[in-house]
Design a protein around this ligand. Structure first.
Ligand code: APR
Ligand code: PHB
Length: 394
């Protein structure tokens, strides 16, 4: 096989890139290791920044998003048994976010790609990339029991944190920045109506908790748990009791979540990771393949979208004019945004989680910081600007 842009991975990064390239008249092929049902069922993030929503709409993938997505104008912070609202539009000059699950974005983009776009092969596992620094890199993959190759002008690794594309950047030129955290999230999905209008981020001495949603009848909830926790140790009743204990506030005495059938329960590790540069020769990295953030700031999916928006523009300019200027600046352009999001995600994570090993002094510092956000419009605006997302580079 031969194509202009070989895309490894059919997650949100790979699918949005393929769609943007298709709209610009640039040919591509997407190779995805898993089957379609698996990719469409995988539970992931749920918050879209304004810029991500705009990009999906412009790409022609906004129809169901506009019908079923839930616009949110703020979040609630709970700490010290009080509740504080962060008003996004008031603090950012009108910006807000949309609650629409990553799985739904993936379903929409997959359907569009299969109906209108170039080839999207499922159960096509990439095993390696040859000739990254030659004029025509070759992607090796297994499909329907055969070893095959895809020869490309450019290859983009959108294959997530456990993918193979990162290895195309030789260790001699690669720098990895990493941090792990001493806690994980237990994430649940429940057939229970969210009894809150906006997401609630709760700091408590029992640990962090987050209340999110998937629809007016489905709640998405998270509890901070120690690393290595077995979800089997968390009965449904224990999950609900612990959530209620962590969300308890004197501003709404007796406040409780609506309970319902828990349909999914999984433990998610937390990590910060950046691989630099996000390019070697004719191989580019985008999304989780190049960087990971802990989910507390809801940045992962949005960073992936920003990467491929910048990259689609650069590949389109190259096809139209032969100029590689935007391709050459891709890594630096993306990394500026990536590091801002790394910092914000680290800030949200370390401010809201209570590590069993932390001292009372550190807990008081967290509370002082949260108090600052709750009482200073400047501090609140800093949070709101980062949460709703900085404008995309032009
Ligand atoms: N060959 C083909 N496909 C692969 C390979 C491989 N060797 N390795 C991984 N993949 C596929 C995975 O099956 C997955 O569908 O690449 C895809 C990567 O998708 P994501 O992990 O969703 O990463 P990305 O598209 O960058 O989206 C980032 O995902 O993890 C969340 O929080 C993160 O929301 C963010 C988003
Ligand atoms: C989610 O809805 O899955 C979600 C929302 C906000 C986050 C993380 C995850 O910060």
């Amino acid at each position: 096989m031969r194509t202009t842009v070989g895309i490894i991975g059919g997650g949100p990064a790979g699918l949005l890139l393929a769609r943007l390239l298709h709209n610009a008249g640039v040919e591509s092929v997407v190779l995805e290791r898993r089957d379609r049902a698996y990719v469409e069922r995988r539970q992931r993030a749920g918050i879209l920044e304004q810029a991500t929503v705009d990009a999906l709409r412009e790409a022609g993938a906004g129809e169901r998003l506009d019908r079923e997505g839930m616009p949110h104008d703020g979040i609630e912070l709970r700490f010290g048994r009080r509740a504080h609202r962060i008003d996004f539009p008031a603090l950012t000059g009108g910006r807000s976010v949309m609650v629409y699950a990553q799985t739904e974005v993936v379903k929409d983009l997959t359907a569009l790609q299969l109906a209108e776009g170039g080839p999207l092969l499922f159960e096509a596992e990439v095993t390696g990339i040859d000739g990254a620094d030659t004029g025509s890199p070759v992607v090796r993959f297994r499909h329907e029991g055969r070893e095959r190759t895809l020869t490309c002008d450019y290859v983009v690794g959108c294959d997530g944190f456990h993918g193979v594309a990162r290895d195309a950047v030789p260790e001699s030129v690669r720098t990895v920045y990493e941090r792990t955290y001493p806690y994980s999230w237990l994430g649940i999905l429940a057939d229970a109506p969210p009894v809150y209008d906006e997401l609630i981020y709760a700091h408590s001495e029992r640990g962090f908790a987050l209340a999110s949603m998937r629809s007016p009848s489905v709640s998405r909830l998270y509890l901070q748990v120690p690393n290595g926790t077995d979800p089997g140790d968390w009965s449904d009743a224990r999950v609900w009791d612990e959530l209620d204990a962590r969300f308890a506030t004197d501003d709404a005495p007796g406040w409780k979540l609506a309970r319902g059938r828990i349909t999914s329960k999984a433990v998610l590790p937390m990590r910060s990771h950046v691989t630099e540069p996000m390019r070697h020769g004719r191989v580019f990295l985008a999304g989780d393949a190049a960087h990971i953030v802990p989910p507390t700031g809801a940045k992962g999916l949005n960073l992936a979208a920003a990467d491929v928006i910048v990259l689609a523009r650069a590949l389109t300019a190259w096809q139209e004019t032969g100029s590689t200027g935007l391709l050459d600046s891709y890594s630096d352009t993306c990394l500026r945004r990536v590091w801002r999001a790394e910092h914000f995600s680290y800030f949200m994570t370390t401010t809201l989680h209570t590590d069993q090993a932390q001292s009372a002094f550190e807990t008081r510092l967290q509370l002082a910081q949260l108090e600052r956000v709750a009482t200073s419009p400047h501090a609140a605006a800093e949070l709101a600007e980062n949460y709703t997302g900085l404008p995309l580079p032009r």
